[in-house]
Ligand binder design. Sequence first.
Ligand code: SF4
Ligand code: SF4
Ligand code: SF4
Length: 251
Amino acid sequence: MAKVRCAWFDFTSCEGCQIEMTNFGAPFLQLLDHVEIVEFREVMKETTDEPIDIAFIEGSFSREEDRARLESIRERAGVVIAFGACAATGGINALKNHMDMDDYKKCVYGDDSNMPHLDTQKAMPISAAIKVDMAINGCPMSRDEFVRIVTQVIHGTEKVYVPSYPVCVECKLRETVCRYEEGDHCLGPIALAGCGAPCPADGIPCEACRGMVVDANQESMEKVLQENGGMSEKRAKDKSRMFTANFRSDA
Ligand code: SF4
Ligand code: SF4
Ligand code: SF4
């Protein structure tokens, strides 16, 4: 059987999801038995203009001039997968969507903030520019989910399973002591599961890096962050917005 041609492309991102791939170790090497990697900037210099079976797109759509490149990838790819939170939801980049552009450019780039290439639009998921077939969420994307989804795609599965329940469910299944029991905070009640709840298991709060469950009660979550997590109203709002800025109804 011919190997599946896979390529990775990066847009507005820290490229941490690609780097995470390079840390996979054995599962990544096993994958090479089944896939041919034809473009992957973090690990090789070759590129391709040929058709691709699976295109993994990392990063959000935040510059109109990126649209043509996204469309070109879409035309050449059998399956397009949003690779990580930036591509799937806009991710942490979407925080800027709620600020004045001059303010955040000045904050990040200081005296260089007037350089023309720094002008961008809102950070959006790549689905704002092209049709996306599926997403591997998380910041960085979850390696277990990556292996599961890619295996399903290679076997021709059109719909892949992604949980719709919150991270608390996976956390309880691991019998992890709740962060709130430790006097900490956590966004697990509104966070979309699928990662296996590794953060609370490591003793740190869930930050909802995979986005929120449908119909998440953000207001109640922010009250919990204030009343049980000891945060000010502003801090609770900022915290719950960290990875979910494109989801919020009050945005
Ligand atoms: S999802 Fe996170 S790790 Fe991946 S590219 Fe975006 S910011 Fe980096
Ligand atoms: S630690 Fe977080 S994810 Fe786990 S049960 Fe508590 S609130 Fe939910
Ligand atoms: S536990 Fe929360 S922050 Fe950690 S990987 Fe899962 S969704 Fe992301």
